[in-house]
Design a binder for this molecule. Structure first.
Ligand code: NAI
Ligand code: MG
Length: 482
């Protein structure tokens, strides 16, 4: 038996599809009811390419109906409701998400390809935590923003990506409702199913009709929502390219906008860091969720004196990662979300090899069907290479080196992005020195990819503007009489 066989053996423990309770076909959720879609497409499992369900591709007319439903709900009750009543709905939603966590986790992994242990232990608890957190603020806005007299804005149009479908929905919907707005949300075209299941949570929570409307569809639906004159605020998470297009489109319209876009985070390891811990943080930083993470630690900067032992430890750790069935509880790295994303990863990886970087991939047996990419490390990477500059959004790490803290800082900040960064050192003063100078919205110290609803998240430069999470996350959904 080869080492590879030994690694791949072990009893597979896939979660049961039945928990997901799939319907054959879904409509749009508009005004508290299901709207039969005029056009549909098939959503699939990226791990098997099997069709899962038919979902709607919302047309401009359907966008118009959803915006009208949101406007009516805003004006006929929701914005005037006692804030403590609004809070009750948010608490209910949070509790129902906890109660139905298994159903949601299985559906999330089935439709998006992420390992069940991540959807179960990260996405679901954090989604519920966001609703709990913002429920707590709903009736305390005047204390949160003293002397500023906060009011809701109106109808929020929200467009989210496919990497954390339910979690991004929670990040968007919870603060919008806590602030007294109504919502039209569009999930990404490859991962519509947990948003559609969320409609059932809203029904169970008895949220008034039209307060949250859910439309599925691709970028055409998103563009129609952005353009719609009845929308007061757009919140977008996705590619920098589309973010820029939205900003151009909205210029002069008076609509409010927040953008959470890409990243190319530096994860910086100094020679005094606890190496084994750092290796865990590096692995979590780039291979968590197949690297489909806007704040992923995709550029590793290692101090020269520890370069060899660190890279050796990293390679050995990579050999233990299990790639495969997202529904198997032992899986560490699941399926790539779509054929389109896989093609993008392959193209960038090929550019790394052509430009002269050294590629390392552990031995790994991939399933025959579905979209997969072996966890990859590039060494001998120059700063000018595309793999050091562009967001790959896949399980691919580029390793670079530095000698002094100043050099680490200069290289880390040499990027058009500025979403997150990580620093590994035992020296507290160095952590503070780096954190003050890194141009990144979030800086982690001796950890990576940690999230909490109380902590604001967002970017600098081409990573976007506006913050989600914490008190900062309420501000984009409020106007003030100052
Ligand atoms: P995308 O930006 O096209 O998609 C994100 C969302 O925007 C989806 O819901 C999509 O339907 C919608 N959308 C697309 N075009 C639109 C338009 N013109 N107007 C309004 N909404 C529109 O991202 P895509 O193509 O899925 O991924 C491309 C790259 O973007 C990835 O490889 C990755 O580098 C980056 N990305 C970053 C994300 C982040 O979390 N910051 C999330 C997803 C992708
Ligand atoms: Mg796109």
């Amino acid at each position: 038996m080869t080492e590879l066989d030994k690694k791949q053996i072990g009893v597979p423990v896939p979660a049961d599809w039945a928990y997901a309770r799939l319907q054959e076909r879904y409509g749009h959720f508009v005004g508290g009811d299901w709207l039969e879609p005029a056009e549909t497409y098939t959503t699939i499992s990226p791990a098997t390419e099997e069709p899962l369900a038919e979902v709607g591709q919302a047309t401009p007319e359907e966008v118009d109906r959803a915006v009208a439903a949101a406007r009516a709900a805003f004006e006929n009750g929701w914005s005037g409701l006692a804030a403590s009543e609004r809070a009750k709905y948010l608490f209910r939603i949070a509790r129902i998400l906890q109660e139905r966590a298994r159903e949601f986790a299985v559906l999330e992994s089935l439709n998006g390809g992420k390992p069940i242990k991540e959807s179960r232990d990260v996405d679901l608890p954090l989604a519920a935590a966001h609703f709990f957190y913002y429920a707590g603020w709903a009736d305390k806005l005047e204390y949160a923003f003293p002397n500023r007299r906060p009011h809701p804005i109106g109808v929020a149009g929200q467009i989210i990506p496919w990497n954390f479908p339910l979690l991004m929905l929670a990040w968007k919907i919870a603060p919008a409702l806590a602030a007294g707005n109504t919502v039209v949300l569009k999930p990404a075209e490859t991962t519509p199913l947990t948003a559609l299941l969320f409609a059932d949570v809203l029904r169970q929570a008895e949220l008034p009709a039209g307060v949250v409307n859910l439309l599925t569809g691709d970028g055409r639906t998103g563009a129609a929502l952005v353009e719609h004159p009845g929308v007061d605020k757009i919140a977008f998470t996705g590619s920098t390219e589309v973010g820029k297009a939205i900003q151009r489109q909205l210029a002069g319209s008076g609509k409010r906008l927040t953008l959470e876009l890409g990243g190319k985070a530096a994860n910086i390891v100094f020679d005094d860091a606890a190496l084994d811990q750092a290796v865990e943080g590096i692995v979590n930083g780039i291979y968590f969720n197949q690297g489909h993470v806007c704040c992923a630690g995709s550029r590793l900067f290692v101090q020269e004196s520890i370069y060899e032992p660190l890279v050796e430890k990293l390679r050995r750790r990579l050999e233990t990662l299990r790639v495969g069935d997202p529904l198997d509880k032992n899986t560490d790295v699941g399926a790539i979300n779509s054929a389109q994303q896989l093609a993008k990863i392959r193209e960038l990886v090929a550019s790394g090899e052509e430009e002269g970087a050294q590629i390392y991939q552990p031995p790994c047996r991939l399933p025959e069907k579905g979209y997969w990419f072996v966890p990859t490390v590039f060494t001998e990477v120059a700063q000018s290479y595309r793999i050091a500059q562009e967001e790959i959004f896949g399980p691919v790490l580029s390793v670079l080196t530095f000698r002094t803290p100043e050099e680490a800082l200069e290289k880390a900040n040499n990027t058009p992005y500025g979403l997150s960064a990580g620093v590994w050192t035992e020296k507290g003063s160095r952590i503070l020195w780096m954190a003050q100078r890194l141009r990144a919205g979030v800086v982690w110290a001796n950890t990576f990819n940690r999230f909490d609803p109380t902590s604001p998240f967002g970017g600098y430069k081409e990573s976007g503007f506006g913050r989600e999470g914490g008190l900062h996350g309420l501000e984009p959904y409020l106007r003030f009489d100052e």
